[in-house]
Design a protein. Structure first.
Ligand code: NOJ
Ligand code: CA
Length: 703
C-alpha cells in the first residue's frame, strides 16, 4: 500500500465572525462545499458544477441529559488539508484505488457553563462529499447518550428517488421509484411478505438512497464505516424535500452510547451528472480505514454451489424430520408437504463433486446442524449450537472429502435472530471450522433479535456484526452475512467480510411475488453502493412450475440476464445457484459461469440508468480476459457495446450469450443464442436485450 501525500497544508484560525463561510472544493473544482454557523448552529450547502444540490442543511446532535450541548457554537479551530494516495484492495473491482480529497476539519466550542467541543470533518472528493462528527477527549464530555443526530440533507426539489421504506429490522423490500412527495403514501402499501419487519410509519426511507433531479443530476446518500453506532434512515419533509437523519434506537429508545474520544460513521453524498460515475465511485471505500488484516492469503474470491435452492423451492428441507422448507408458504419456513432432508452426506458429496469438476471453490451446506425443527418465528433463545450435525451429515468426513478435491465447505450459521446464543458459541464454532478446514461461513439473522427489543440496525447489532467479522478474521475465516445491517465499505478494513445480503435477494423469486425485472438495475445504485451483495445469480430453470406443477412463482428475468448478473452485480463470492442437473442440461450456456471471474483488475461501467439498464465490462485479475454483462428492466432494448476498453492492436475472440429473438422474462425466458466473433478495440457491437433480458460476453485474447 503506497501512500503519496502530495501536500498537507494546515492553518489555524480563530474565526470570530459567525456568518463567515468556509469553502472547500473538490480537487477538480466541480463540487463546492460551504460550511458556516447560523445563530451558533453549524450548517452546510453543496454545489455541483455551479448548481446548488444541497441547500442549507443542519448538522449536530441532541445529547441526553445535556440540554446545553451545542448552545451557540463558535469555531475554535479550522484546518484544511489535501490527500492524494493510491492503495490496492485485497480483492475488488479494480486493482488500484485513488483516494483524493480536500479536507476541512472544523472544531466547534459551545457556550455552555462547562463548554463542550465537537469537531466536524468534511472530505470533498471529485465524486462527492463525506463528513463525520468527532468528539475529542475533553473535560466536560465523557460518556454520552445520543438522543438524536441532527444531520440533514436538504434537497432542492421534488426529485425522482429509488428507495425502500424506512425499517429498523429489514432491508428486503422491493424498490419504489417515485417523487419525494409520494413516499409516505406509497410506503403504506409496503410488502407484507417480509417476516421480521419494523416499519417506521411516515415518509421514511433507507439508504443508500438514489436520487435524480429534473436537470439530470444524480445523487446518492449513504454512510461509510458504520462502527459502534446505529444505522441511519432518512425522514423526508414532503414539502421542503429535506431528509433528516433517523437513527435506529435500542430496546429503551436510546440511539447510541458513546465515550469520548469518539467519531461517528461518515455521512456520504455522491454527486454526478453521469450515472456511471455513481457506480464507479470508490468514495465509500476510501472513507473506511485501511485493512487491519496483514495476512490476506486465506481470503480468496470464489464461486460456490450449495444445498440451498432445494430448500427455497421446497423440494428438500433444512431440518432432519423433513418439514422445514420455504416452499409454498411465502417463505415462512414451513411446508405442508413432507419432503426430505437436504444436507445429507450423500447429497453433499454430489455437490462437492460438481464443484470440483467445474472449478468452483465452495460448497454451501444449509441445514447441516441441529435446531431447524424449531428455528422459525419463535423468538426463542436456545435453538442452534452451531457445532452439532444431524445424524445423516458427516461434518468431519465431508470437510475432508471437500479438501481432498480442492473445495471448501462453506459452513452455515443461521442464528434465527438469537444473537446472544450465537455470541456464546462463536469461538467454539469457529474453532470447529478451523479443525475441519472450512474456510468460509455464511451467517444469517432471520427473526426478531435476542436480546429482545434490539433491532437488526441498532448499535448493539452493528457491534455484533463487526465483532463476528473481526473474530472470524482471528480464525482466518471469510464471512458472508445474510440479514445484517446494510454494508458501508467495512470490507476495506476487514477484507474477510466478503459479501452480505442486506437487500432483497433472488430467493424472493422462489416463494413470493418476487423481484420485478427492474430490480437488478437498481441494486447497484442502492444497496451495492455500500459493498458486495450475495444475490445468488445463475438460475437456468426460470419457472418454479418445472418442479411443482401448479406453482406460479418465477424468476423475473431471462436466462441470459442471469448470466449477465455475474458481471453487473459485483461480488467476490458468487453463488452458482441452480441445481447441478439444470446446468448439465445446458452445458453451452453454463460455460460462461465456469469462465467468469470473481476478482478484477479493472472495471468499466459502459451504460447505466437506475431502474432501466446497466452494462459493465470487467478485466479478470492477472489476465487479459474481459467479461461483459448487460441487463435491462421490463423493456426490451438494444445496446451498443463499444469495445474501446480492450487493449489496442490486440484481437479477442468473444462468445456472446444473448436472448433469443423470441425470448422474454415471462414468455420464453430460457431461450438463448450463443455466437462467436473476433473483435478489437475498434469494434462496436449492437445487441438486442429481451424484456427482462440481458447478455453476457467473454473475451479472450487470440493467441
Ligand atoms: C434467509 C437467507 O437469505 C437464505 O439464504 C437462507 O437460506 C435462509 N435464510 C435460511 O437461513
Ligand atoms: Ca434473506
Amino acid at each position: 500500500m503506497k501512500k503519496t501525500l502530495l501536500f498537507v497544508c494546515a492553518f489555524f484560525l480563530i474565526l470570530m465572525v459567525h456568518a463567515q463561510t468556509i469553502q472547500v472544493n473538490s480537487p477538480d473544482g466541480k463540487i463546492v462545499l460551504n460550511v458556516q454557523l447560523v445563530q451558533g448552529k453549524p450548517v452546510y450547502t453543496l454545489a455541483y458544477k455551479g448548481k446548488t444540490v444541497i441547500e442549507e442543511s443542519t448538522l449536530g446532535f441532541k445529547i441526553k441529559d445535556m440540554p446545553d450541548f451545542g448552545n451557540a457554537f463558535t469555531i475554535s479551530n479550522s484546518e484544511k488539508s489535501t490527500v492524494n494516495e493510491n492503495w490496492n484492495p485485497a480483492w475488488g473491482e479494480v486493482k488500484t484505488i485513488t483516494n483524493n480529497y480536500n479536507q476541512l476539519s472544523l472544531t466547534l466550542t459551545d457556550n455552555a457553563t462547562k463548554p463542550h467541543t465537537l469537531r466536524i470533518v468534511f472530505r470533498v472528493f471529485n465524486e462527492g462529499l463525506g463528513f463525520r462528527y468527532e468528539f475529542p477527549e475533553q473535560a466536560n464530555l465523557n460518556h454520552i447518550i445520543v438522543e438524536d443526530e441532527l444531520t440533514s440533507f436538504n434537497l432542492t426539489a421534488d426529485h425522482k428517488i429509488w428507495w425502500i421504506p424506512g425499517d429498523f429490522d429489514t432491508n428486503e423490500y422491493a424498490y419504489y421509484t417515485s417523487k419525494i412527495s409520494e413516499v409516505a403514501k406509497m410506503a403504506q402499501k409496503r410488502d407484507g411478505n417480509i417476516f421480521t419487519a419494523t416499519p417506521i410509519e411516515g415518509a421514511f426511507v433507507q439508504t443508500p438512497l438514489m436520487i435524480k433531479s429534473a436537470d439530470g443530476i444524480y445523487m446518492n446518500i449513504h454512510e461509510a464505516a458504520l462502527i459502534n453506532y446505529p444505522c441511519m434512515d432518512l425522514k423526508f419533509d414532503e414539502t421542503t424535500f429535506n431528509a433528516s437523519s433517523t437513527l435506529a434506537p435500542d430496546a429503551i429508545g436510546n440511539k447510541a452510547y458513546l465515550r469520548a474520544p469518539f467519531h461517528t460513521p461518515w455521512r456520504t453524498i455522491n454527486v454526478s451528472d453521469d450515472a456511471r460515475t455513481i457506480l464507479a465511485s470508490k468514495m465509500i471505500l476510501n472513507l473506511n480505514e485501511p485493512s487491519k488484516i496483514d495476512n490476506t492469503d486465506y481470503i480468496k474470491p470464489m464461486k460456490y454451489v450449495g444445498i440451498w435452492l432445494e430448500m427455497h423451492l421446497g423440494i428438500s428441507t433444512w431440518d432432519y424430520s423433513g418439514s422445514q422448507s420455504a416452499s409454498d408458504s411465502g417463505g415462512d419456513g414451513k411446508t405442508t408437504k413432507k419432503t426430505k432432508h437436504g444436507a445429507t452426506t450423500e447429497n453433499t458429496k454430489k455437490y462437492i463433486d460438481f464443484a470440483a469438476a467445474n472449478g468452483f471453490g465452495g460448497v454451501l451446506v444449509e441445514g447441516w446442524n441441529t435446531g431447524w425443527e424449531d428455528w422459525f418465528g419463535k423468538w426463542k433463545e436456545d435453538v442452534f449450537d452451531f457445532v452439532t450435525p444431524y445424524p445423516d451429515y458427516d461434518v468431519k468426513g465431508l470437510n475432508q472429502y471437500a479438501r481432498s478435491k480442492g473445495v471448501s465447505i462453506i459452513t452455515h450459521h443461521e442464528t434465527s435472530g438469537s444473537v446472544t446464543n450465537y455470541e456464546r458459541y462463536m469461538d467454539t464454532a469457529y474453532r470447529q471450522m478451523n479443525a475441519y478446514g472450512s474456510v468460509a461461513l455464511k451467517s444469517g439473522y432471520v427473526g426478531k433479535i435476542i436480546p429482545r427489543g434490539e433491532y437488526h440496525d441498532g448499535q448493539w447489532m452493528v457491534n455484533h456484526y463487526n465483532r463476528a467479522i473481526s473474530k472470524a478474521a482471528d480464525y482466518h475465516i471469510m464471512v458472508v452475512a445474510h440479514e445484517p445491517v446494510r454494508p458501508t465499505g467495512i470490507h476495506r478494513t476487514y477484507p474477510n467480510f466478503m459479501a452480505a445480503e442486506a437487500a432483497r435477494g433472488q430467493e424472493f423469486n422462489f416463494w413470493s411475488e418476487g423481484n420485478p425485472p427492474e430490480h437488478e438495475t437498481i441494486l447497484p445504485f442502492t444497496r451495492i453502493m455500500g459493498g458486495p451483495m450475495d444475490y445468488t445469480p445463475g438460475i437456468f430453470k426460470i419457472k418454479k412450475s418445472h418442479y411443482i406443477p401448479d406453482a406460479k412463482e418465477q424468476v423475473h428475468t431471462t436466462l441470459c440476464k442471469q448470466l449477465a448478473l455475474y458481471v453487473t452485480l459485483y461480488s467476490p463470492v458468487q453463488m452458482v445457484t441452480d441445481l447441478p442437473e439444470n446446468y448439465l442440461a445446458k452445458q453451452d450456456a453454463f460455460q460462461f459461469i465456469k469462465d467468469v471471474a470473481t476478482d478484477w483488475d479493472d472495471t468499466k461501467i459502459l451504460l447505466a440508468e437506475p431502474g432501466d439498464y446497466i452494462a459493465t465490462a470487467r478485466k479478470a485479475k492477472g489476465t487479459s480476459n474481459w467479461f461483459i454483462g448487460g441487463i435491462t428492466d421490463e423493456n426490451a432494448r438494444e445496446m451498443t457495446i463499444d469495445f474501446s476498453f480492450l487493449e489496442k492492436g490486440k484481437k479477442y475472440e468473444i462468445t456472446i450469450y444473448k436472448d433469443a429473438p423470441n425470448a422474454s422474462w415471462d414468455g420464453n425466458p430460457e431461450a438463448y443464442v450463443i455466437e462467436k466473433q473476433t473483435v478489437t478495440s475498434k469494434t462496436k457491437l449492437k445487441i438486442k436485450l429481451a424484456s427482462g433480458g440481458g447478455f453476457a460476453i467473454s473475451a479472450f485474447p487470440k493467441k
